[in-house]
Design a protein around this ligand. Structure first.
Ligand SMILES: Nc1ncnc2c1ncn2[C@@H]1O[C@H](COP(=O)(O)OP(=O)(O)OP(=O)(O)O)[C@@H](O)[C@H]1O
Ligand SMILES: [Mg+2]
Ligand SMILES: [Mg+2]
Length: 520
């Protein structure tokens, strides 16, 4: 990567190129006779240790205000921007994951506006020549593909907080200058549900390549939603942009409310003015923030302190080589390994919450855990142990997968013991519970020995003895079974299992009981 010289003349793609929607408008029973067109601008915070142009560390919401900034972030005169290559790399990883063309040359521009949390009076963005263009994202549900218009790098602003009691506004510069990726979709979405799917799929993708936390509630992933309505076959309507949505659910509600509002105006013979709107969650309605006429003139200009960003092909190729498996690839691989769609989705949903280190190394997500245990073992058996036994136990302990104390090696050993008939399934589950409860790093084989769970030769003789004892203790149930009421068998199996302290194998108990009762 080189970063040289002064900016050359800016080039911008024409707006009309993306107002012509590629996908046909769908008929929807909620608004018969109308079609909905949606395009989303996402601002995703880049998960880098340092800010985009300064040496200050990025911060999360736990830090005290104004503890994460250097003079540049406060726009002290004489300070200069210094592009953080890690932000560029993470931007490129995102662009490659979204099948974009990474531009060999992109530029940085100043977008001017006055707001107290923007000390320099301008935000540096890539208005004229963005980092990447012309990508696409396949939605998770259905087969729609959404075109990505562009990805640009830009700075985040600081935060303004108003204390109504003291009537004082205060500024926190911790966030000022943090790297953002603005990911702009073409207007290809056709319903609130598709918009929700787009955002969730994008979040999962960014997390999987380690470029952003994608957390909407905490503000590291912010969506501006552009909505318009039109009659089928008519050109796209005028869009309104809804800002500051902090959850996927509210975003979908906001779109639905906005669609009804626009239809109502048009059905009254009025027009929809182009506006920026907010969303009131309590009232479930959008409200005007500013009209197009009031839109600020940003007076865009190339930043004279930042030369164009020139990327050579070998650099991009090296990043491409280091890309991890992306969610759609992971899903297909899991299905090919024989997992059901449900199991694959369960593993991947937990995986979305995985920790990604600042160095890009992946934490131990559920898929990586499954992969380790499944090496050399039957995938379906392994996934059953994870989704039923392990997740079930974690849920009842009110723990998340992140807090799981059973190592992949330990689970593998438990499965081998059960599959090799060295212990029963019930004993395997007891071992799993034991490790979780005691945070034990002991090998399950040793634990099985200590807990006398290993099935011995004498256990098969004991099995008949245990069954005989229970038959003697439960004469009514035994008679019912002899009379063909097999639904009573479970109750007796339970009693035998209790008597054996879990060492007996439930299936074997059932067969033995049935044999003993049938032969009497
Ligand atoms: N008719 C339409 N209906 C719905 N969405 C549209 C329509 N036309 C364009 N859009 C969407 O509006 C968004 C425009 O975003 P873009 O960043 O290019 O411009 P902007 O919103 O004017 O600028 P800013 O970044 O300052 O908000 C895109 O996501 C695009 O898909
Ligand atoms: Mg935009
Ligand atoms: Mg916008």
């Amino acid at each position: 990567m080189r970063h040289i010289g002064r900016c050359l003349l800016p080039v911008r793609r024409s707006f009309s190129q993306y107002t012509n929607a590629a996908r046909a408008v769908k008929e929807d029973p909620r608004w018969p006779g109308w079609g909905v067109v949606i395009g989303i601008e996402v601002h995703a915070q880049i998960k880098s240790r340092r800010k985009l142009f300064s040496s200050a560390n990025t911060s999360d919401l736990t830090e005290h205000p104004n503890t994460r900034f250097v003079p540049y972030d406060a726009a002290f005169p004489g300070t200069l921007p210094n592009l953080n290559p890690r932000c560029v790399e993470l931007g490129i990883r995102t662009a490659l994951a979204l099948e974009c063309q990474v531009q060999p040359r992109s530029t940085f521009d100043r977008k001017h506006y006055f707001y107290p949390d923007l000390p320099s009076g301008y935000q540096i963005t890539q208005h004229y020549a963005p980092l990447a263009t012309d990508g696409s994202l396949q939605l998770s549900q259905g087969d729609a593909k959404v075109r990505i218009k562009q990805i640009q790098l830009e700075q985040d602003t600081g935060k303004t907080m108003f204390d109504p009691r003291r009537r004082v506004s205060s500024i926190d510069l911790n966030r000022a200058g943090t790297g953002l990726m603005e990911i702009v979709s073409e207007p290809d979405l056709r319903s609130p549900e598709e918009a929700g799917d787009y955002v969730r799929t994008l979040q999962a993708l960014l997390r999987s390549v380690g470029s952003s936390d994608g957390n909407m509630e905490q503000g590291s992933f912010r969506c501006d939603v552009n909505v318009s309505v039109n009659r089928p076959d008519a050109p796209a309507g005028t869009r309104c942009e809804i800002k500051n949505l902090n959850s996927v659910k509210f975003m979908m509600v906001a779109i639905t409310c906005e669609v009804f509002r626009q239809i109502e105006l048009l059905e009254k013979g009025l027009s929809v003015p182009q506006e920026t709107r907010g969303f009131d969650e309590a009232k479930a309605e959008t409200f005007s923030l500013r009209s197009k006429e009031d839109a600020p003139d940003y007076r865009y200009m190339p930043d004279p302190n930042l030369p164009p960003l020139l990327l050579d092909q070998t650099y991009i190729r090296d990043i491409r080589k280091s890309m991890p498996e992306l969610p759609p690839e992971t899903r297909s691989r899991l299905l090919a390994q024989g997992l059901s769609e449900r199991d694959a989705d369960v593993l991947m949903a937990i995986d979305m919450g995985r920790e990604v280190g600042y160095d890009g190394s992946l934490g131990h997500g559920a898929v990586a855990y499954f992969d380790t245990v499944a090496r050399g073992r039957d995938s379906k058996i392994v996934v059953n142990w994870i989704t039923h036994e392990l997740l079930g136990q974690l849920t009842s302990r009110k723990e998340t997968f992140k807090e799981n104390k059973l190592s992949a090696e330990q689970l593998g050993e438990i499965i081998d013991l059960v599959q090799g008939k060295k212990i029963t399934g019930t004993s395997g589950r007891s071992l799993l519970r034991h490790v979780l409860a005691h945070n034990s790093s002991e090998s399950p084989t040793k634990l099985a020995e200590q807990m006398s769970l290993l099935v011995s030769e004498s256990d098969s003789t004991s099995l008949r003895t245990w069954c005989k004892q229970i038959i003697a203790e439960m004469p009514e149930e035994s008679q019912a079974i002899r009379n063909g009421h097999l639904n009573v068998v479970n109750k007796m199996v339970g009693r035998v299992m209790k008597l054996s302290k879990g060492r007996a194998d439930a299936k074997a108990v059932r067969t033995t009981l049935e044999t003993l009762l049938a032969t009497k």
